[in-house]
Write a protein that binds this ligand. Structure first.
Ligand SMILES: Nc1ncnc2c1ncn2[C@@H]1O[C@H](COP(=O)(O)OP(=O)(O)OP(=O)(O)O)[C@@H](O)[C@H]1O
Length: 350
C-alpha cells in the first residue's frame, strides 16, 4: 500500500491539546458528568487510543473534541487545535473547522455515504466545500491520489457506495476524513461493524496513517488487540476521568493503575479459558463518589482512596497515572490500611 500524502507539520508537534475538559449532560435531575477534567495531547503522526468500559465517557470526549455534542450537553475547558480553541468558537466557525481541521470516521460508513452519489462526487463535494479555490482538475487529482493511497483502484471512482465492500466503504470514509489533511481525526469504534479479516485491513490502514500522515488520530475502541497493533499511546478512561495514559507497550506490559490491569485481564486470552471480569459496575456519573472513583471495585483499595483524589503522578516514558499506590510515601500508615468495606460494591452487582 502506498503512503498517505505528507504534510508540513514537524513530526511530534502537538496537533491537539485538550485541557481540563468537562462535559456534562443536563437530564432534568443532577447533571451527568460524562467527562470530568480531561487533559490529553495528540502529536503529529501519533495515534492515541481511548479505552475503558461502556459508559465511561469515551464517545462524549470524542464528540466534545469534534464539537458535535447534543444541545443537552454543556462544555467547559479547552480543545486547542493548531492554536485555536474550538470549545469556545461560535457554531458557524466551528462547523468550518470541523472537516477542515478535524476529521471524523464513524462506526457504520453506509449511514454516512449518500447511496445516490458516486464515490468521486463525495470527495469532490468535501473538497469543493472546504477548499473553494481548488480547480476541478486539482480536486480530481487529490481524490484519485487518496483512493490509491488507501488501496482502492482509482478506476472505481465513478462507482456508487453499494458497489463496495464494507471494508472498502470504511476506507473511503477514512479517505474522506484525510483528504482535507486535518490536524486530527477522531475514529469512534471504526471496526465494530466489520468482520475480522476486514478489521485487520482497517487496522493496517490506521497503522499506515500513523507512519505516514502527520495528523493525530484519536482511536476510540473496546478492542485492546487493535490498540496494541495500531496505537502509539493509550489513554484509559474510567467514570469520566483518564486514570492512566502512556506508551501502549509500557501500559500493556506494566499497567500502573489497578483499573488498567483489571481491564487487560478481562479481555479474552487465547492462552487461558478463564473469562475474568471486573466485579461491580462503574459509578453513577450523576452522583460521583469522593476520592478515587474506582475505589469501590479496586482490589488494592486503601483507606485514603475513599476520601482523597490521588491527583496525577508521572510514570516512566512520559506517562501518568491517578492512583495512590504511586504516592505511598506521602501517606500515613492509617491511610494505607486496606479498605474494609469493598465487598459492598461487589454485592451490589448481584
Ligand atoms: N445525550 C445524552 N444525554 C444524557 N446522558 C448521556 C448522553 N450521552 C451519553 N450520556 C451518558 O454519559 C455517560 C458517558 O457515555 P458515553 O457514551 O460517552 O460513554 P462510552 O464510554 O462512549 O460508552 P460506550 O463504550 O458504550 O459507547 C453515560 O453515563 C451515558 O449514559
Amino acid at each position: 500500500m502506498s503512503a498517505v500524502p505528507q504534510q508540513a507539520t514537524a513530526p511530534g508537534a502537538p496537533r491537539i491539546a485538550v485541557r481540563d475538559l468537562r462535559i456534562w449532560y443536563g437530564t432534568g435531575g443532577a447533571p451527568v458528568r460524562a467527562v470530568d477534567g480531561v487533559d490529553l495531547t495528540i502529536n503529529a503522526g501519533q495515534t492515541v487510543a481511548l479505552v475503558g468500559e461502556s459508559g465511561c465517557g469515551k464517545t462524549t470526549l470524542g464528540r466534545g473534541i469534534l464539537g458535535m455534542l447534543p444541545p443537552s450537553a454543556a462544555v467547559d475547558g479547552e480543545v486547542v487545535v493548531d492554536g485555536v480553541d474550538l470549545a469556545h468558537l461560535p457554531p458557524r466557525r466551528l462547523r468550518a473547522m470541523r472537516g477542515l481541521r478535524i476529521g471524523l470516521v464513524f462506526q457504520e460508513p453506509m449511514t454516512r455515504l449518500d447511496p445516490l452519489m458516486r464515490i468521486g462526487d463525495h470527495f469532490d463535494e468535501v473538497l469543493r466545500t472546504h477548499r473553494p479555490k481548488m480547480s476541478r482538475a486539482e480536486r480530481e487529482r487529490e481524490s484519485v491520489a487518496m483512493l490509491r493511497s488507501l488501496g482502492i483502484p482509482p478506476s472505481r471512482i465513478r462507482q456508487y457506495p453499494h458497489e463496495f465492500s464494507g471494508g472498502m466503504r470504511q476506507r473511503i470514509m477514512i479517505g474522506l476524513a484525510l483528504v482535507l489533511r486535518p490536524a486530527v481525526i477522531v475514529a469512534d469504534e471504526p471496526t465494530t461493524a466489520l468482520d475480522v479479516l476486514v478489521e485487520a485491513q482497517i487496522v493496517e490502514i490506521l497503522a499506515e496513517l500513523r507512519r505516514n500522515a502527520d495528523c493525530g488520530l484519536l482511536l476510540i475502541t473496546h478492542n485492546l488487540g487493535i490498540v496494541a497493533k495500531a496505537a502509539d499511546r493509550v489513554a484509559v478512561m474510567y467514570a469520566g476521568h483518564i486514570v492512566e495514559e502512556g506508551e501502549v507497550d509500557r501500559v500493556f506490559s506494566e499497567p500502573a493503575h489497578p483499573y488498567t490491569r483489571e481491564l487487560l485481564r478481562s479481555t479474552i486470552s487465547l492462552d487461558t479459558s478463564d473469562l475474568h471480569y471486573i466485579p461491580g459496575s462503574p459509578p453513577d456519573l450523576s452522583a460521583p463518589l469522593s476520592g478515587c472513583l474506582f475505589h469501590p471495585r479496586c482490589p488494592d483499595a486503601m483507606r485514603v482512596c475513599q476520601s482523597r483524589d490521588p491527583g496525577q503522578t508521572a510514570t516512566a516514558g512520559g506517562g501518568r497515572v491517578s492512583c495512590w499506590l504511586h504516592r505511598l510515601d506521602e501517606l500515613e500508615p492509617a491511610d494505607r490500611e486496606p479498605l474494609p468495606d469493598r465487598e459492598i460494591s461487589v454485592a451490589d452487582e448481584a
